[in-house]
Design a protein around this ligand. Structure first.
Ligand SMILES: *Cc1c(COP(=O)(O)O)cnc(C)c1O
Length: 469
């Protein structure tokens, strides 16, 4: 007997029937009844369209069979929706400041601080007087202590910091920038565009590769408010290059009665030259060199939460604090909590062991190889997989990421994963769609895992994801 489309359409289960299947009941408990009904309607609709389309997809023509198929669709729809939920992932890419994966992972102390501040907390309350207190007081004094700056203020991110400073001190005036520093930092942050938005005028000087102090000097006129130095974070000009020292720019600015502002981007609070990061501005050096204001990100090399930290002279910081824009750009209590705990690690001298970004950065080749060998040995004894998976070690490079230090490639030891029937792409996808997603890379048609960016406690998650292959 052949089935017509009309026969099949009559077999499609009702929304209530699908809702009462055990699988959909579980989903309804997780997502709420109203959304479960939406998913079921969507699944039933899909089924109806498929039957009506010329090459109707399914071959099961029983009522129970169709019910099962629709319930499976509901599960798939729920899983797809769930992939967009903000959740923990394992960063096995070796990209330390991975912007797509949330940049800097917080230290344990910072995570605990966020949890504690999530309830009521003294963010703007003075416990000694019982009156209104100053927001961010502790973080700001830590920044001052760690950079040697007179004062500090925190806004939403470094882009906001640059916009804020240029708006408050540059509006209606000229801002002098070297042509070698008119950079674009990841998509939406272009120095000339930020200047336009702030209402200041760009006075570009020098050439792409060479700008001299005299170029700056000639450009400074009646209506010049400041010299802007931008750290070209994500690219390098090499070869025949020249740019004035920050201390010389400071001298020039001050002799003309204008400001020197440095957008340091990532910036470093401690000396990172032992790890190859000689080019990143050391914030305390910039302050010592005479920069009036320096801005840097909270979640790049600093290793904390998203923030734009501004350090500099107290009278300028006070002007920023009083400006109406501050209210629009300020950060919330959770950011202060995370930053405070992060900066405390620096103040105690424990940054290299406390902060995941600096731990990853300072891990050397031998340590990573040692961990990788131990990991493979534990995996092989646990998997007992009869050649389904083959692991090897190869040399590779980890990346700093986050638009910092593009020319630094830390040597690493990568674990290669080969599956006897899945392709590299399929393996990568399956790991990515594990209950706790494991994000890996593909090198030479092999999935590779770089333990540099993996917390030791998360190795078991990778082992489980591999086992599930
Ligand atoms: C990264 C960066 C920014 C933007 O910082 P966010 O904190 O991402 O807003 C601005 N300027 C420079 C030089 C940077 O490197």
């Amino acid at each position: 007997m052949t089935h017509t489309k009309a026969d099949d359409l009559r077999l499609i289960p009702s929304v209530d029937e699908v809702l009462s299947t055990p699988a959909v009941q579980i989903i309804a408990q997780q997502t709420g009844a109203r959304r479960a009904v939406d998913f079921v309607r969507e699944a039933v609709d899909e089924m109806r369209k498929e039957i009506l389309s010329a090459n109707g997809g399914h071959s099961d023509h029983s009522r129970d069979g169709l019910l099962l198929l629709v319930a499976e669709r509901v599960q798939r729809i729920w899983q797809e929706r769930n992939l967009t939920r903000l959740r923990k992932v394992i960063n096995a890419t070796g990209v330390i400041i991975h912007t797509n994966l949330g940049r800097a992972p917080l230290s344990d102390a910072a995570k605990n601080a966020v949890l504690e501040a999530a309830g009521y907390c003294n963010v703007e309350y003075d416990l000694s007087t019982g009156k209104r207190g100053k927001r961010g007081e502790r973080v700001e004094s830590l920044v001052a202590e760690l950079t040697g700056a007179e004062s500090a203020i925190v806004v939403n991110n470094c882009a906001a910091a640059a916009f804020f400073i240029l708006s408050v001190f540059g509006k209606g005036s000229g801002v002098v920038v070297s042509r070698g520093e008119l950079v674009e930092i990841g998509g939406d942050f272009r120095v000339p565009d930020v200047l336009v938005q702030s209402g200041s005028y760009l006075k570009e000087v020098g050439t792409t590769n060479r700008t001299k102090l005299s170029d700056f000097e000639r450009a400074i006129g009646e209506n010049t408010a400041m010299i802007l130095r931008v750290h070209p974070s994500n690219y390098r000009i090499v070869g025949f290059t020249e740019t004035p020292k920050l201390s010389n720019l400071a001298e020039l600015a001050h002799s003309k009665g204008i400001l020197l502002y440095e957008d340091a981007g990532s910036g470093a609070l401690i000396d990172l030259t032992p790890y190859g990061l000689a080019d990143e501005p050391h914030i305390s050096q910039s302050i010592a060199d005479g920069a009036d204001l320096v801005s840097f990100s909270g979640d790049k090399l600093l290793g904390g939460s998203q923030a734009g930290i501004i350090a500099g002279r107290s009278e300028l910081i006070a002007q920023l604090r009083k400006h109406p824009l501050y209210r629009a750009l300020r950060v919330d209590k959770l950011s202060y909590a995370a930053l405070e705990a992060t900066l405390e690690s620096y103040a105690r001298g424990n940054a290299l062991t406390d902060l995941p970004v600096l731990k990853a950065l300072s891990m050397n080749y031998e340590e990573i190889e040692h961990r990788a060998k131990g990991f493979i040995a534990r995996l092989e004894s646990k998997l007992n997989n009869g050649n389904t998976l083959t692991f090897d070690l190869i040399d590779g490079e980890s990346v700093i990421g986050g638009g910092s230090a593009p020319d630094v490639h830390a040597k690493t030891r990568l674990i290669t994963v080969r599956h006897n029937s899945l392709s590299a792409d399929e393996t990568e996808t399956r790991l990515r769609q594990h209950t706790i997603p494991v994000i890996s890379r593909i090198v030479d048609d092999m999935v590779v895992i770089d333990l540099r960016t993996v917390d030791e406690a998360d190795e078991v998650v990778i082992a489980e994801a591999l086992k599930a292959l």
